[in-house]
Design a protein around this ligand. Structure first.
Ligand code: 9PG
Length: 863
């Protein structure tokens, strides 16, 4: 990649140039060579710092207005050439916000297709309502793009942090590829003012997926991405009830979810659009929610779920009290308040207006709003239609850029909601939100139809409108963002066969895409009406998605043929010990699929692939070719077991963590009942799980007291190193705990150390603990809720060649696990028990010793 030119778009009659408004006339263009150092260009002096490595370079630009007058800086452009790239190229057309089209296109000479409508509609899904006139013939992509051809791949993007908005332009020039990153600033620079632009990243490589992962790693690191939330599983009202949801609908489903809790391990219940008095008045409900929001949040919580709620915090309609009280808080357009969108169900006239977060008062309002919702008991906020704040409109403070308005608004919401509340971005420009949200919708809405229904299509934005195909396309093309920028929300799963036009094959394809992505799983069906098969599909999707999400600290899913049209052919997610390959037929016709799995998964183990989610019949031969007949929009989801040489299972209480969480809590909060139960346990009248049930089920331990205790739990000093050691070597690592999922999730969040685990279930109901065993084995003498021997045997049956290590400290559940392992690291009473039986083990003091032992062990296994 060769740096080519540095250009600026600006105008000097800044007085009547609104921030982010459509430029009145054509701005000036000035350019010089793109080279490290300082140069004067028109009214600016521009300093470029270049940090180049073998295959990648990052560029930091500082622009200073060296004149005595205000200058409107529209954009800074950094241009590069990829010489001899070849002529047969495809590239990723990446969209601006959550719902925007993102997929591969041919890098032909036509450039970005003309938009069939005006700049206002275009501006909902593109950073720019209209590309600069000199971009005719260029292809366009928002935030980032990657181009690929026979000679490899090339990425360019802006590491947005809430100042500029990045647009990437690409065009062929003979056999070369020209790539330019436009950092759109669209704000005034005062005399002498100095602007540090966000870093531009360019990189070459073989694999477009890997380049995008690197881009996301860098962006996440610079913007402080929030990626540590536990796996999110829940229920959402929207895709069953849409805008007509009532309190009765919610309570009925809440009850059904409570009853199905062990069957569906979800802990979030989220109310969507339809409760509010008016768009803008989020704390007041309409007649379908007569009790208001606070009692509802409390009902959800006392049923043992986290309460989530939808709002469009930057949207306002004239019918709202907010609009009437503060008409001056709105972004402005030509001749009046700026119209952010049209939504006939929301406003009598249809127009929806946008709050202007460049105003301090708006920031205070947003802060109070989110604090009020969290105060009522909501700990998950789905923030929707966020793009309206960042559209090209006139702001009160023109020095706050469009990306700055979004980031300021989100920061105010975060301040009010606190660090612990899960914020989901939706309809959200992607770059500027990194570091602000915990989860992000990365595609269009799903719908109970495969494609957008004939009558509903809006010319130009069809690929962004609600439809299951539109949603799945982005699940595949944006998989690389997961746990690098946030947790990906692929949008809701629907498993029902009634109230839907989706065929069984299409429903299963939606489920398969979500599962292989390892993203969030929210489902949206009337729970009580689901039949046995539908419930099975839901259970399996939850389990598979969680397994993939557990597969690494960052997302593992990669699109197959990322840049193919109309969309990638599939997605492969990896767990610690297997891969899930999702292969989709995008055609409206049946299709014969023949795919060589070896190419997709180099290290497949000896066992043949197994179908998941009721995949259609398939054949696989010795060469690793898989054949299947796929229905229209149907798919094949295959679980492929990786070749595993070494796997590590580790106890939690007293081993991975210093304290024994369960027994400390029991001592403190059920101390009086403990001696009698302990005596019965010792006499063999109770087994370990029965003892837990007697002691802990119904325990009245206030949630904040539990939380205060969990904050004191320390991990073993070598815990993080052990997890990293395993991840770097593709050695499956899993905590096996006879403790509880809720506590393990919380401890991971508090310590920032993520790990896969099996544990028993814990939830709160009516303020008291409820517990359920996850994998007891009546035939095993351990008597625990999670038989470790059973887990290890299940693993071995899939990975017959693996050397299995167990690490532990206890003489009940750990002894059970140790007896099933090949190599045991033991301390405390486990060591004594093993010594007494004459069974070999390696002693340890901290998990650092275990890492050293594993190092030696893997050395031996290599020989
Ligand atoms: C609630 C919904 C759901 C959904 C969101 C969002 O282009 N459109 O007209 C359009 C309408 C609705 C929409 C997206 C786009 O859906 O993604 O999950 O919360 O709002 O109104």
């Amino acid at each position: 990649m060769e740096p080519l030119r540095l250009g600026l778009r600006y105008s000097t009659d800044a007085a009547h140039e609104p921030s982010g408004g459509f430029p009145a006339g054509s701005p000036h263009w000035i350019e010089g060579p793109l080279a490290p150092g300082v140069q004067s260009l028109g009214p600016f002096s521009v300093a470029v710092a270049l940090d180049a490595a073998d295959e990648s370079a990052s560029l930091d630009c500082v622009v200073t207005n060296r004149t005595a007058t205000m200058v409107q800086l529209e954009a800074v452009v950094l241009g590069f050439r990829w010489a001899a790239a070849g002529s047969d190229l495809r590239f990723l057309r990446h969209g601006w916000q959550s719902w925007s089209f993102s997929a591969g296109r041919a890098l032909d000479d036509a450039g970005e297709p003309a938009f069939p409508s005006g700049p206002w509609l275009r501006g909902m899904h593109h950073a720019l309502g209209a590309p600069p006139p000199d971009r005719a013939g260029w292809h366009e992509s928002d935030l980032v793009s990657v181009a690929s051809g026979p000679r490899g791949s090339c990425l360019a993007g802006l590491l947005e942090c809430g100042v500029a908005t990045g647009v990437v332009y690409l065009r062929r020039h003979g056999d070369d590829l020209l790539v330019e990153v436009e950092a759109r600033f669209e704000a005034p620079l005062e005399p002498g003012a100095r602007l540090e632009l966000e870093r531009v990243l360019v990189a070459l490589g073989d694999d477009p997926n890997r380049l995008l992962e690197t881009f996301a790693d860098e962006l996440g690191a610079r913007a402080g991405a929030r990626t540590g939330s536990p796996f999110q599983a829940g229920w959402c009202s929207w895709y069953q009830f849409f805008g007509k949801v009532s309190e009765a609908d919610l309570l009925r489903n809440l009850e059904a979810l409570g009853k199905a809790r062990v069957e569906f391990p979800i802990d979030l219940v989220q109310l969507d659009d339809g409760y509010q008095r008016a768009i803008g008045d989020w704390l007041e409900t309409n007649e379908r929610f007569p009790r208001g929001l606070a009692p509802l949040a409390q009902d959800i919580r006392s049923a043992g779920f986290r309460a989530g709620i939808w709002l469009a915090p930057f949207c306002v309609v004239p019918e709202s009290r907010l609009f009437q009280a503060h008409p001056d808080w709105l972004l402005r357009g030509e001749g009046g308040p700026f119209r952010g969108l049209v939504h006939p169900d929301w406003a009598r006239e249809g127009w929806v207006y946008a709050l202007d977060p460049s105003r301090e008062e708006v920031g205070r309002h947003l802060l109070r709003l989110s604090a009020a919702l969290v105060g009522m008991g909501f700990s998950y906020l789905k923030l929707d239609f966020l793009y309206v704040a960042a559209m090209q409109a006139t702001a009160h403070d023109p020095r706050v850029t469009r990306a700055g308005r979004l980031r300021r608004g989100l920061a105010a919401i975060r301040d009010g909601a606190g660090d612990e509340t899960f914020l989901l971005g939706c309809g959200c420009p992607l770059g500027a939100a990194v570091g602000m949200v915990d989860g992000m919708r990365i595609g269009a809405d799903v719908a109970p139809t495969w494609s957008v229904e004939e009558g509903a299509r809006v010319r130009g934005i069809e690929p962004t409108q609600p439809s299951t195909a539109n949603a799945i396309r982005n699940v595949l093309t944006r998989a690389w963002m997961h746990r690098r920028l946030w947790l990906n929300d692929p949008d809701c799963l629907m498993v029902r066969h009634t109230d839907t036009k989706l065929s069984s094959a299409e429903l299963t394809s939606l489920a398969g895409a979500i599962a292989a992505s390892g993203g969030m799983v929210l489902f949206s069906d009337e729970v009580g009406r689901l039949g046995a098969e539908e419930r099975q599909l839901l259970r399996d999707t939850l389990a598979l998605a969680r397994e993939i999400d557990d597969g690494g600290a960052r997302g593992t899913a990669r699109a197959l043929e990322l840049l193919d049209a109309p969309a990638p052919g599939g997605l492969v997610g990896r767990s610690e010990s297997a891969a899930l390959a999702f292969l989709l037929n995008w055609d409206d016709q049946p299709r014969e699929l023949a795919t060589t799995l070896r190419d997709i998964l180099p290290a497949a183990g000896p066992l043949p692939p197994r179908p998941a989610l009721g995949a259609p019949a398939f054949e696989s031969d010795a060469e690793g070719v898989v054949r299947a007949s796929l229905a229209p929009h149907g798919s094949l989801l295959l679980r492929v077991h990786a070749r595993i040489d070494l796997a590590v299972f580790c106890d939690f209480d007293g081993t991975f963590a210093v304290q024994d969480v369960g027994s400390t809590l029991a001592k403190r909060h059920a101390g009086d009942r403990r001696p009698a139960l302990w005596a019965r346990l010792s006499r063999g009248e109770l087994n370990a799980w029965q003892y837990n049930m007697e002691l802990l089920d119904g325990l009245r331990l206030p949630e904040d007291e539990l939380d205060a205790f969990l904050r004191t739990v320390e991990l073993d000093p070598g815990a993080a190193t052990l997890v990293r050691w395993c991840e770097e070597r593709n050695v499956p690592f899993r905590v096996l705990s006879d403790g509880f999922d809720r506590n393990l999730d919380r401890i991971q969040q508090l310590t920032g150390v993520r790990f896969a685990y099996d544990a028993n279930r814990l939830w709160y109901e009516g303020g008291a603990w409820r517990i359920a065993a996850s994998a007891p084995d009546a035939s095993c003498s351990c008597g625990t809720g999670l038989c470790k021997r059973g887990r290890i045997r299940a693993f071995r049956s899939l990975h017959p060649g693996a050397c299995v290590v167990h690490v532990g400290n206890g003489r009940v559940s750990d002894l059970c696990g140790a007896l099933a392992a090949d190599v045991v690291f033991a301390k405390d009473s486990l060591a004594d028990a093993l010594a007494a039986e004459g069974i070999a083990y390696e002693g340890f003091a901290t998990l650092h010793d275990v890492v050293a032992g594993l190092e030696r062990l893997s050395e031996r296994l290599r020989r």
